[in-house]
Design a binder for this molecule. Structure first.
Ligand code: RNT
Ligand code: ZN
Length: 415
Protein backbone atom coordinates (compact mmCIF):
# COMPACT_ATOMS: atom_id res chain seq x y z
CA UNK A 1 0.00 0.00 0.00
CA UNK A 2 2.70 2.50 1.03
CA UNK A 3 4.72 1.61 -2.03
CA UNK A 4 1.76 1.99 -4.34
CA UNK A 5 0.94 5.32 -2.71
CA UNK A 6 4.50 6.63 -3.14
CA UNK A 7 4.49 5.64 -6.80
CA UNK A 8 1.09 7.23 -7.38
CA UNK A 9 2.25 10.39 -5.66
CA UNK A 10 5.27 10.51 -7.94
CA UNK A 11 3.13 10.15 -11.04
CA UNK A 12 1.00 13.08 -9.91
CA UNK A 13 3.95 15.24 -9.03
CA UNK A 14 5.28 14.70 -12.56
CA UNK A 15 2.06 16.38 -13.69
CA UNK A 16 2.59 19.19 -11.20
CA UNK A 17 0.00 18.01 -8.65
CA UNK A 18 0.64 18.10 -4.90
CA UNK A 19 -1.16 15.00 -3.58
CA UNK A 20 -0.81 15.89 0.11
CA UNK A 21 -2.39 19.28 -0.48
CA UNK A 22 -5.27 17.71 -2.43
CA UNK A 23 -5.94 15.29 0.42
CA UNK A 24 -5.91 18.14 2.92
CA UNK A 25 -8.38 20.11 0.85
CA UNK A 26 -10.70 17.11 0.56
CA UNK A 27 -10.72 16.72 4.34
CA UNK A 28 -12.26 20.20 4.64
CA UNK A 29 -15.31 19.31 2.56
CA UNK A 30 -18.51 18.28 4.30
CA UNK A 31 -21.24 16.46 2.43
CA UNK A 32 -24.81 16.77 3.70
CA UNK A 33 -26.26 13.25 3.81
CA UNK A 34 -30.01 13.15 3.29
CA UNK A 35 -31.75 11.37 6.17
CA UNK A 36 -34.54 10.17 3.85
CA UNK A 37 -32.43 7.45 2.17
CA UNK A 38 -32.70 5.49 5.43
CA UNK A 39 -36.47 5.04 5.47
CA UNK A 40 -37.72 5.61 1.90
CA UNK A 41 -38.80 9.22 2.64
CA UNK A 42 -41.36 8.00 5.21
CA UNK A 43 -40.70 10.15 8.26
CA UNK A 44 -42.27 9.49 11.65
CA UNK A 45 -45.59 11.29 11.28
CA UNK A 46 -47.73 8.36 10.22
CA UNK A 47 -47.55 4.74 9.13
CA UNK A 48 -48.38 5.64 5.57
CA UNK A 49 -44.96 6.64 4.33
CA UNK A 50 -44.34 8.67 1.21
CA UNK A 51 -47.54 9.84 -0.46
CA UNK A 52 -47.87 12.42 -3.20
CA UNK A 53 -45.37 14.95 -4.38
CA UNK A 54 -44.54 13.06 -7.55
CA UNK A 55 -41.50 11.41 -6.01
CA UNK A 56 -41.20 7.70 -5.43
CA UNK A 57 -39.02 5.16 -3.63
CA UNK A 58 -39.34 1.72 -5.18
CA UNK A 59 -38.26 -1.60 -3.70
CA UNK A 60 -38.79 -3.40 -0.41
CA UNK A 61 -35.33 -4.37 0.76
CA UNK A 62 -35.54 -5.47 4.41
CA UNK A 63 -34.40 -3.28 7.28
CA UNK A 64 -35.96 0.15 6.74
CA UNK A 65 -35.49 2.41 9.77
CA UNK A 66 -38.89 2.78 11.45
CA UNK A 67 -38.01 5.08 14.32
CA UNK A 68 -35.64 7.96 14.98
CA UNK A 69 -33.48 5.67 17.10
CA UNK A 70 -33.16 3.17 14.26
CA UNK A 71 -32.41 5.92 11.76
CA UNK A 72 -29.69 7.39 13.99
CA UNK A 73 -28.24 3.92 14.57
CA UNK A 74 -28.08 3.38 10.78
CA UNK A 75 -26.60 6.81 10.25
CA UNK A 76 -23.89 6.15 12.83
CA UNK A 77 -22.95 2.98 10.95
CA UNK A 78 -22.96 4.91 7.67
CA UNK A 79 -20.78 7.82 8.79
CA UNK A 80 -18.26 5.33 10.15
CA UNK A 81 -17.74 4.00 6.62
CA UNK A 82 -17.20 7.40 5.00
CA UNK A 83 -13.92 9.30 5.44
CA UNK A 84 -14.19 12.85 6.80
CA UNK A 85 -16.69 14.86 8.86
CA UNK A 86 -20.14 15.23 7.34
CA UNK A 87 -23.55 16.80 7.89
CA UNK A 88 -27.11 15.49 8.05
CA UNK A 89 -30.01 16.89 6.05
CA UNK A 90 -33.34 16.46 7.86
CA UNK A 91 -36.92 16.90 6.66
CA UNK A 92 -39.70 18.27 8.86
CA UNK A 93 -41.45 14.87 8.92
CA UNK A 94 -38.56 13.54 11.00
CA UNK A 95 -39.85 15.48 14.03
CA UNK A 96 -40.08 13.53 17.27
CA UNK A 97 -43.34 14.44 18.94
CA UNK A 98 -43.43 11.66 21.54
CA UNK A 99 -46.46 10.03 19.96
CA UNK A 100 -48.58 13.21 20.05
CA UNK A 101 -50.06 14.54 16.85
CA UNK A 102 -48.47 17.88 16.09
CA UNK A 103 -49.45 19.30 12.73
CA UNK A 104 -46.82 20.74 10.45
CA UNK A 105 -47.70 24.35 11.10
CA UNK A 106 -47.10 23.75 14.81
CA UNK A 107 -43.76 22.00 14.91
CA UNK A 108 -40.98 23.74 16.77
CA UNK A 109 -37.42 23.21 17.94
CA UNK A 110 -38.55 21.10 20.91
CA UNK A 111 -39.42 18.32 18.47
CA UNK A 112 -35.85 18.17 17.24
CA UNK A 113 -33.79 18.28 20.43
CA UNK A 114 -32.83 14.60 20.16
CA UNK A 115 -31.47 15.27 16.65
CA UNK A 116 -29.48 18.24 17.91
CA UNK A 117 -28.06 16.28 20.84
CA UNK A 118 -27.04 13.50 18.47
CA UNK A 119 -25.53 15.98 16.00
CA UNK A 120 -23.55 17.67 18.78
CA UNK A 121 -22.27 14.41 20.20
CA UNK A 122 -21.15 13.20 16.77
CA UNK A 123 -20.04 16.58 15.38
CA UNK A 124 -22.44 16.67 12.48
CA UNK A 125 -23.83 19.93 11.13
CA UNK A 126 -27.55 19.90 10.32
CA UNK A 127 -29.56 21.08 7.32
CA UNK A 128 -33.32 21.19 7.07
CA UNK A 129 -36.39 21.12 4.78
CA UNK A 130 -40.06 21.91 5.16
CA UNK A 131 -42.11 18.89 3.98
CA UNK A 132 -44.75 19.83 1.39
CA UNK A 133 -45.85 16.27 0.56
CA UNK A 134 -47.29 13.19 2.34
CA UNK A 135 -50.05 15.23 4.00
CA UNK A 136 -53.86 15.50 3.54
CA UNK A 137 -53.53 19.21 2.69
CA UNK A 138 -51.04 18.36 -0.06
CA UNK A 139 -53.22 15.71 -1.66
CA UNK A 140 -54.46 18.03 -4.39
CA UNK A 141 -50.83 18.56 -5.39
CA UNK A 142 -51.16 22.25 -4.51
CA UNK A 143 -49.49 23.65 -1.38
CA UNK A 144 -48.04 27.17 -1.51
CA UNK A 145 -49.97 27.76 -4.76
CA UNK A 146 -53.28 26.38 -3.49
CA UNK A 147 -56.20 28.61 -4.56
CA UNK A 148 -57.75 28.05 -1.11
CA UNK A 149 -56.26 30.79 1.10
CA UNK A 150 -56.63 28.66 4.25
CA UNK A 151 -54.64 25.78 2.83
CA UNK A 152 -52.06 28.19 1.51
CA UNK A 153 -51.83 29.82 4.94
CA UNK A 154 -51.27 26.42 6.58
CA UNK A 155 -48.29 25.80 4.30
CA UNK A 156 -46.95 29.31 4.78
CA UNK A 157 -47.03 28.70 8.53
CA UNK A 158 -45.18 25.44 7.99
CA UNK A 159 -42.49 27.28 6.06
CA UNK A 160 -42.14 29.85 8.82
CA UNK A 161 -41.94 27.13 11.49
CA UNK A 162 -39.12 25.35 9.64
CA UNK A 163 -37.04 28.53 9.30
CA UNK A 164 -37.15 28.93 13.07
CA UNK A 165 -36.11 25.33 13.59
CA UNK A 166 -33.33 25.78 11.05
CA UNK A 167 -32.02 28.86 12.87
CA UNK A 168 -32.16 26.88 16.13
CA UNK A 169 -30.01 24.17 14.52
CA UNK A 170 -27.53 26.73 13.23
CA UNK A 171 -27.23 28.41 16.61
CA UNK A 172 -26.97 25.18 18.58
CA UNK A 173 -24.30 23.72 16.31
CA UNK A 174 -22.37 26.88 15.51
CA UNK A 175 -22.67 26.55 11.72
CA UNK A 176 -25.41 27.81 9.39
CA UNK A 177 -28.24 25.41 8.57
CA UNK A 178 -29.55 25.48 5.00
CA UNK A 179 -33.36 25.34 4.95
CA UNK A 180 -34.49 24.25 1.49
CA UNK A 181 -37.99 24.84 0.13
CA UNK A 182 -39.20 22.36 -2.44
CA UNK A 183 -42.90 22.07 -3.33
CA UNK A 184 -44.52 19.62 -5.73
CA UNK A 185 -47.12 22.08 -7.07
CA UNK A 186 -48.03 21.78 -10.71
CA UNK A 187 -50.42 20.30 -13.24
CA UNK A 188 -50.56 16.91 -14.91
CA UNK A 189 -52.15 18.38 -18.00
CA UNK A 190 -51.90 21.62 -19.92
CA UNK A 191 -52.85 24.49 -17.64
CA UNK A 192 -55.17 27.28 -18.67
CA UNK A 193 -53.35 29.74 -16.45
CA UNK A 194 -49.59 29.46 -15.93
CA UNK A 195 -49.37 32.84 -14.27
CA UNK A 196 -51.76 32.64 -11.33
CA UNK A 197 -50.12 29.76 -9.39
CA UNK A 198 -46.79 31.54 -9.75
CA UNK A 199 -48.33 34.75 -8.46
CA UNK A 200 -49.57 32.83 -5.42
CA UNK A 201 -46.19 31.14 -4.97
CA UNK A 202 -44.48 34.53 -5.00
CA UNK A 203 -46.86 35.82 -2.32
CA UNK A 204 -46.48 32.70 -0.19
CA UNK A 205 -42.69 32.81 -0.35
CA UNK A 206 -42.68 36.50 0.53
CA UNK A 207 -44.74 35.70 3.62
CA UNK A 208 -42.48 32.80 4.60
CA UNK A 209 -39.29 34.85 4.19
CA UNK A 210 -40.72 38.11 5.61
CA UNK A 211 -38.82 37.83 8.87
CA UNK A 212 -35.10 38.47 8.52
CA UNK A 213 -33.09 35.72 10.16
CA UNK A 214 -29.39 35.80 10.94
CA UNK A 215 -27.52 34.14 8.06
CA UNK A 216 -24.96 32.89 10.56
CA UNK A 217 -27.66 30.46 11.65
CA UNK A 218 -30.15 30.04 8.82
CA UNK A 219 -29.69 30.10 5.05
CA UNK A 220 -32.83 30.06 2.89
CA UNK A 221 -32.80 28.04 -0.32
CA UNK A 222 -35.39 27.37 -3.04
CA UNK A 223 -35.35 24.28 -5.29
CA UNK A 224 -36.60 24.39 -8.86
CA UNK A 225 -37.88 21.49 -10.95
CA UNK A 226 -38.94 20.84 -14.51
CA UNK A 227 -41.56 18.11 -13.95
CA UNK A 228 -42.68 15.33 -11.66
CA UNK A 229 -45.13 12.43 -11.76
CA UNK A 230 -48.49 14.18 -11.83
CA UNK A 231 -46.96 17.53 -12.77
CA UNK A 232 -45.72 16.63 -16.24
CA UNK A 233 -47.14 19.65 -18.03
CA UNK A 234 -46.46 22.43 -15.58
CA UNK A 235 -44.48 23.04 -12.39
CA UNK A 236 -45.07 26.35 -10.66
CA UNK A 237 -41.58 26.46 -9.11
CA UNK A 238 -39.67 26.30 -12.37
CA UNK A 239 -36.01 27.13 -12.85
CA UNK A 240 -36.69 30.63 -14.14
CA UNK A 241 -39.13 31.32 -11.32
CA UNK A 242 -36.75 30.39 -8.54
CA UNK A 243 -33.63 31.75 -10.17
CA UNK A 244 -35.33 35.12 -10.39
CA UNK A 245 -36.58 34.80 -6.84
CA UNK A 246 -33.19 33.83 -5.43
CA UNK A 247 -31.41 36.63 -7.29
CA UNK A 248 -33.89 39.27 -6.26
CA UNK A 249 -33.90 38.20 -2.62
CA UNK A 250 -30.25 37.28 -2.31
CA UNK A 251 -30.95 33.75 -1.09
CA UNK A 252 -29.64 30.35 -2.16
CA UNK A 253 -30.72 28.51 -5.28
CA UNK A 254 -30.89 24.71 -5.09
CA UNK A 255 -29.88 22.71 -8.14
CA UNK A 256 -31.01 19.10 -8.15
CA UNK A 257 -29.22 17.03 -10.80
CA UNK A 258 -32.50 15.29 -11.73
CA UNK A 259 -34.62 18.39 -12.15
CA UNK A 260 -33.80 19.50 -15.69
CA UNK A 261 -34.29 18.29 -19.24
CA UNK A 262 -32.58 14.89 -19.55
CA UNK A 263 -29.66 16.18 -21.63
CA UNK A 264 -29.22 19.32 -19.55
CA UNK A 265 -26.53 19.22 -16.84
CA UNK A 266 -26.14 21.23 -13.65
CA UNK A 267 -22.34 21.26 -13.96
CA UNK A 268 -22.70 23.91 -16.66
CA UNK A 269 -24.98 26.09 -14.55
CA UNK A 270 -22.78 26.79 -11.53
CA UNK A 271 -20.42 29.26 -13.16
CA UNK A 272 -23.38 31.33 -14.41
CA UNK A 273 -25.61 31.25 -11.36
CA UNK A 274 -22.84 31.97 -8.88
CA UNK A 275 -22.38 35.44 -10.33
CA UNK A 276 -25.85 36.32 -9.11
CA UNK A 277 -26.73 34.36 -5.99
CA UNK A 278 -24.65 34.33 -2.80
CA UNK A 279 -24.49 30.54 -2.50
CA UNK A 280 -25.89 27.39 -4.03
CA UNK A 281 -27.20 24.16 -2.54
CA UNK A 282 -26.67 21.04 -4.62
CA UNK A 283 -28.93 18.04 -4.56
CA UNK A 284 -26.59 15.55 -6.12
CA UNK A 285 -28.74 12.82 -7.58
CA UNK A 286 -28.90 10.49 -10.58
CA UNK A 287 -31.91 10.44 -12.82
CA UNK A 288 -32.33 7.43 -15.09
CA UNK A 289 -34.67 8.52 -17.91
CA UNK A 290 -36.58 10.65 -15.44
CA UNK A 291 -35.99 12.21 -12.01
CA UNK A 292 -35.73 8.71 -10.56
CA UNK A 293 -33.34 9.51 -7.70
CA UNK A 294 -31.02 6.54 -8.28
CA UNK A 295 -27.96 6.18 -6.05
CA UNK A 296 -25.17 8.52 -7.11
CA UNK A 297 -22.29 6.80 -8.93
CA UNK A 298 -18.96 8.02 -10.27
CA UNK A 299 -20.44 9.18 -13.56
CA UNK A 300 -19.08 11.72 -16.02
CA UNK A 301 -21.58 14.28 -14.74
CA UNK A 302 -20.64 13.70 -11.11
CA UNK A 303 -17.02 14.28 -12.05
CA UNK A 304 -17.96 17.37 -14.04
CA UNK A 305 -19.82 18.82 -11.04
CA UNK A 306 -16.80 18.23 -8.80
CA UNK A 307 -14.46 19.73 -11.40
CA UNK A 308 -16.56 22.87 -11.59
CA UNK A 309 -16.53 23.27 -7.81
CA UNK A 310 -12.75 22.99 -7.74
CA UNK A 311 -11.90 24.89 -10.92
CA UNK A 312 -14.24 27.77 -10.11
CA UNK A 313 -13.05 27.92 -6.50
CA UNK A 314 -16.64 27.53 -5.34
CA UNK A 315 -16.15 25.08 -2.49
CA UNK A 316 -16.92 27.73 0.12
CA UNK A 317 -20.09 28.91 -1.67
CA UNK A 318 -21.65 25.61 -2.65
CA UNK A 319 -23.29 23.31 -0.10
CA UNK A 320 -23.07 19.75 -1.34
CA UNK A 321 -26.19 17.80 -0.42
CA UNK A 322 -27.26 14.40 -1.71
CA UNK A 323 -30.76 13.48 -2.84
CA UNK A 324 -31.51 9.90 -3.82
CA UNK A 325 -33.60 7.11 -2.36
CA UNK A 326 -33.38 3.51 -3.42
CA UNK A 327 -35.39 0.95 -1.44
CA UNK A 328 -34.29 -2.00 -3.59
CA UNK A 329 -30.78 -2.35 -2.13
CA UNK A 330 -29.28 -2.17 1.35
CA UNK A 331 -30.05 1.40 2.41
CA UNK A 332 -26.82 1.91 4.33
CA UNK A 333 -24.81 0.68 1.36
CA UNK A 334 -26.74 3.15 -0.81
CA UNK A 335 -25.68 6.05 1.42
CA UNK A 336 -22.08 4.80 1.57
CA UNK A 337 -21.77 4.24 -2.18
CA UNK A 338 -23.30 7.62 -3.08
CA UNK A 339 -21.29 9.61 -0.55
CA UNK A 340 -18.01 7.85 -1.24
CA UNK A 341 -18.54 8.48 -4.95
CA UNK A 342 -19.14 12.16 -4.32
CA UNK A 343 -15.91 12.33 -2.33
CA UNK A 344 -14.01 10.35 -4.96
CA UNK A 345 -15.20 12.76 -7.64
CA UNK A 346 -13.99 15.67 -5.53
CA UNK A 347 -10.64 13.99 -4.92
CA UNK A 348 -10.17 13.35 -8.64
CA UNK A 349 -10.98 17.00 -9.32
CA UNK A 350 -8.54 18.12 -6.63
CA UNK A 351 -5.84 15.96 -8.24
CA UNK A 352 -6.04 17.89 -11.50
CA UNK A 353 -3.29 20.25 -12.71
CA UNK A 354 -5.89 22.98 -13.22
CA UNK A 355 -3.41 25.79 -13.89
CA UNK A 356 -1.73 23.79 -16.60
CA UNK A 357 -5.02 23.02 -18.29
CA UNK A 358 -6.07 26.66 -18.13
CA UNK A 359 -2.72 27.77 -19.50
CA UNK A 360 -3.03 25.46 -22.52
CA UNK A 361 -6.50 26.79 -23.12
CA UNK A 362 -5.41 30.43 -22.94
CA UNK A 363 -2.59 29.74 -25.36
CA UNK A 364 -5.04 28.17 -27.77
CA UNK A 365 -3.28 24.83 -27.38
CA UNK A 366 -6.41 22.72 -27.30
CA UNK A 367 -4.40 19.66 -28.28
CA UNK A 368 -2.51 19.68 -25.00
CA UNK A 369 -5.70 20.46 -23.08
CA UNK A 370 -7.40 17.37 -24.49
CA UNK A 371 -4.30 15.20 -24.08
CA UNK A 372 -3.95 16.07 -20.37
CA UNK A 373 -7.65 15.60 -19.71
CA UNK A 374 -7.53 12.12 -21.22
CA UNK A 375 -4.28 11.24 -19.45
CA UNK A 376 -5.93 12.15 -16.13
CA UNK A 377 -8.61 9.53 -16.62
CA UNK A 378 -6.17 6.68 -16.07
CA UNK A 379 -4.07 8.26 -13.36
CA UNK A 380 -3.89 6.20 -10.13
CA UNK A 381 -6.42 8.17 -8.11
CA UNK A 382 -7.77 4.90 -6.67
CA UNK A 383 -4.52 4.46 -4.76
CA UNK A 384 -4.74 8.00 -3.36
CA UNK A 385 -8.38 7.35 -2.38
CA UNK A 386 -7.39 4.16 -0.54
CA UNK A 387 -4.70 6.04 1.37
CA UNK A 388 -7.20 8.78 2.17
CA UNK A 389 -9.66 6.23 3.62
CA UNK A 390 -6.89 4.62 5.64
CA UNK A 391 -5.73 7.93 7.08
CA UNK A 392 -9.28 8.72 8.11
CA UNK A 393 -9.70 5.35 9.81
CA UNK A 394 -12.37 4.14 7.43
CA UNK A 395 -12.38 0.82 5.59
CA UNK A 396 -10.30 0.61 2.43
CA UNK A 397 -11.71 -0.86 -0.78
CA UNK A 398 -14.56 -3.34 -0.43
CA UNK A 399 -13.92 -3.81 3.30
CA UNK A 400 -16.73 -1.40 4.11
CA UNK A 401 -19.11 -3.88 2.54
CA UNK A 402 -18.12 -6.58 5.05
CA UNK A 403 -19.26 -4.25 7.81
CA UNK A 404 -22.54 -3.51 6.04
CA UNK A 405 -23.19 -7.24 5.60
CA UNK A 406 -22.48 -7.89 9.26
CA UNK A 407 -24.78 -5.05 10.29
CA UNK A 408 -27.42 -6.38 7.96
CA UNK A 409 -27.43 -9.85 9.47
CA UNK A 410 -27.14 -8.63 13.08
CA UNK A 411 -29.53 -5.66 13.00
CA UNK A 412 -31.41 -5.02 9.76
CA UNK A 413 -32.85 -8.48 9.15
CA UNK A 414 -34.21 -8.53 12.73
CA UNK A 415 -36.40 -5.45 12.15
C1 RNT B 1 -38.09 16.30 -5.26
C2 RNT B 1 -36.94 17.09 -4.73
C3 RNT B 1 -36.80 17.15 -3.25
C4 RNT B 1 -37.04 15.82 -2.53
C5 RNT B 1 -36.63 15.82 -1.08
C6 RNT B 1 -37.16 14.64 -0.35
O1 RNT B 1 -38.06 16.13 -6.61
O2 RNT B 1 -35.77 16.62 -5.30
O3 RNT B 1 -35.58 17.69 -2.92
O4 RNT B 1 -36.36 14.77 -3.17
O5 RNT B 1 -36.97 17.01 -0.50
ZN1 ZN C 1 -33.96 17.48 -4.55
Amino acid sequence: MDKAFDLAKERYSELGVDVELSMKRLANISISLHCWQGDDVSGFESEEGLTGGGIQATGNYPGRARTAEELRQDLNKTYGLIPGAHRLNLHAIYAETGGRKVDRNEIDSSHFTAWVDWAKANRHGLDFNPTYFSHPLAESGMTLTNPDPQIRQFWVEHGIATRKISAFFGKALGAPCVNNVWIPDGYKDIPADRKHPRELLLQSLNSIFAEKLDTNYNLDAVECKLFGIGSESYVAGSHEFYMGYAVRNNILLTLDAGHFHPTEVISDKLSSILFYVPEVLLHVSRGVRWDSDHVVILSDELRAIAEELVRGDYLNRVHIGLDFFDASINRIAAWVIGTRCMLKALLIALLEPTDRLRQSELEGDYTTRLAIMEELKTMPYGTIWDAYCERHNTPVGMKWMDEVKRYESEILTKR
